[in-house]
Design a protein around this ligand. Structure first.
Ligand code: PEP
Ligand code: MG
Length: 568
């Protein structure tokens, strides 16, 4: 038996199925009969015990200094509070409500009390309390949590959904593949899976009942198929494909130290998109010319406490040291939409992708922004840094940001801390940014086109919704027209222009972008050598011709056919 899905991270993976039902939170709010009260109390005790057991096992697996350690200990303290268990049990009997409703009620009350506290550390705990409640409710509903101690075999995770933060918490060592029911090509979970080199299929429709935990699975992340208990023949075929894929990756490694230039010598700068120090430390393996996008919010995804200025300063200095003078582009925090950050208060909005995200979040929380900028200015004393801002729409936003940066410099002078100068840029990722670009370019040293969001906002199509992303891809006439307009304006003002959306990571699309005049491509590290190979095997004249023709095409289908031929 097999099911199909959309490949968001390619490769072939073998492993045992494991369902992660993190979101089974259905709650029945009806009153329960008197006769069920004892059972509900037993279920409550069982859920608490299971969660304690699970967390204790997690503790055993984790190094003492891991960022998760504290978080787990704090959860355990709550679970071991006997008064709390008693209070929930009493609420079940007094109000005749189920254990799930009682947990929700009491934990929400605790969370709202914490959220009102002055101390930001304690206030941030409110979110942890709510997540613990949802984990307990999921347990009451029979959901299995990933038991780290049981992950001894290669495992392919099956889940309805996985947030980037949940992905960051997965123990990577034994996870060979990911199969999700939701998610789009440019969703952040997809981006993380790609950069971790874990083959992943999203938008898969499967029947959980037909795939028991432990079933042998082969994930074909080339064709987009998941084979459940495959026949030996299929297994052998895919193992051969995996061998060839690995061989190809080995061959690509020979390009690592060669320059990125077309056959006729046109040079392009090929940079990497990263989200952690670990990824930065591996960039030399693929020979990146530098970092074109450092998603700083990713480093906050699995930590409970917000790093202070000093911690961030050390972090950026370590990164600079690893980069050894190569381009290092930091993007200020891009919080919101599908990037929920556990250590920042969650904002409930009807339309998060259109809400307080990106630079809007920073403008609403200037202290957060200034702490980061001060750390970056101090680090710039030790090496060149380019700083860019996400989701900029208009010049007024830049006015405020540059004022904040001046304030940061003044306070660093007062504090007698040294700092260096930065180059400044924006991520062009909304149609408004393209339309307003001319007014902003004189203030900028570089720009980077974020086609993931530019596509989402141009097409009004949620980038995490698989039903839409297939229909409204980045490789489309509308998005290319905006990209082209951006490049033309940047050239007019002599501002260097990069492209850091996932579109740049596609080796078939890279020649088109180069032909359109892009100076730099910033790609997912796992795609870097493929993109390099594509560019080293083409004439610049051909890139120009591809761009000229590609920009004339008015249908997505025509563009697809033109760029991919029959093989997509
Ligand atoms: C983009 O939107 O294209 C981009 C590079 O930023 P992110 O994917 O982090 O939103
Ligand atoms: Mg973006």
């Amino acid at each position: 038996m097999s099911v199909t899905g959309v490949v968001v991270s390619s490769g072939i993976a073998f492993g045992q199925a494991l369902h992660l039902n993190l979101h089974q939170q259905k709650i029945d709010y009806r009153l329960i009969p008197q006769s069920d009260i004892a059972d509900e109390k037993k279920a409550l005790e069982k859920a608490f015990n299971q969660q304690k057991l699970y967390l204790n096992q997690c503790l055993k697996q984790l190094e003492q200094e891991s960022e998760h350690f504290e978080l787990i200990e704090a959860d355990l303290m709550i679970l071991e509070d006997e008064d709390l268990v008693e209070e929930i049990a009493d609420t079940i009997s007094k109000l005749q409500i189920s254990a799930a409703v009682a947990i929700e009620r009491i934990f929400s009350h605790q969370a709202s009390e914490l959220a009102q506290l002055e101390d930001p550390y304690l206030a941030n705990r409110a979110q942890d309390v709510l997540s613990l409640a949802s984990r307990l409710i999921a347990r009451l509903n029979g959901a299995q949590h990933l038991d780290l101690s049981q992950l001894k075999e290669d495992t392919i995770i099956f889940a309805h959904d996985l947030t980037p933060a949940e992905f960051a918490m997965l123990p990577r060592r034994h996870i060979t593949g990911l199969v999700l029911e939701t998610g789009g090509m440019t969703s952040h979970t997809a981006i993380l899976a790609r950069s971790a080199g874990i083959p992943a299929l999203l938008s898969c429709q499967y029947d959980t009942a037909e795939i028991a935990n432990g079933t042998e699975i082969v994930l074909d992340g080339m064709q987009g198929q998941v084979f459940i208990a495959p026949l030996t023949e299929v297994r052998n075929q895919l193992s051969e494909l995996k061998r060839l894929d690995e061989q190809r990756k080995q061959q690509l490694l020979t390009l690592k130290d060669l320059p990125v230039q077309t056959l006729d010598g046109h040079q392009i700068s090929l940079l990497a998109n990263v989200g952690s120090l670990n990824e930065i430390s591996h960039l030399a393996d693929v020979g990146a010319d530098g970092i074109g996008l450092f998603r700083t919010e990713f480093m906050l995804m699995n930590t409970q406490t917000l790093p202070d200025e000093k911690t961030q300063y050390h972090f950026y200095c370590d990164s600079l040291h690893l980069m050894a003078g190569k381009v290092f582009t930091i993007r200020t925090l891009d919080v919101g939409a599908d990037k929920e950050i556990p250590c920042l208060p969650t904002i409930i909005e009807d339309n998060p992708a259109l809400g307080l995200r990106g630079i809007r979040y920073s403008l609403a929380n200037p202290e957060l922004f200034k702490t980061q900028v001060k750390a970056i200015l101090r680090a710039a004393n030790h090496g060149p840094i380019r700083l860019m801002f996400p989701m900029i729409n208009q010049i007024e936003e830049l006015d405020v940001l540059f004022d904040y940066i001046e304030e940061c410099k003044i306070s660093l002078l007062d504090e007698e801390k040294g700092f260096g100068e930065l180059s400044y840029g924006i991520v062009v990722e909304t149609p408004a940014a393209v339309l307003n670009l001319e007014s902003m370019l004189t203030r900028l040293d570089f720009i980077s086109i974020g086609t993931n969001d530019l596509t989402q906002y141009t097409m009004a199509a949620d980038r995490t919704n698989p039903a839409l992303t297939g229909q409204y891809p980045s490789l489309s006439p509308a998005v290319l027209t905006l990209v082209n307009a951006t490049i033309t304006l940047a050239k007019k003002y002599n501002v260097s222009v990069s492209l850091c959306g996932e579109l740049a990571s596609d080796p078939k699309v890279a020649p088109l972008l180069v032909g359109m005049g892009i100076d730099e491509l910033s790609v997912n590290p796992c795609a870097l050598l493929e993109v390099k190979s594509a560019l080293r095997n083409i004439q610049y004249q051909t890139c120009l011709a591809i761009a000229k023709h590609g920009l004339k095409l008015t249908r997505i289908e025509e563009l697809n056919l033109y760029i991919y031929g029959q093989d997509k």
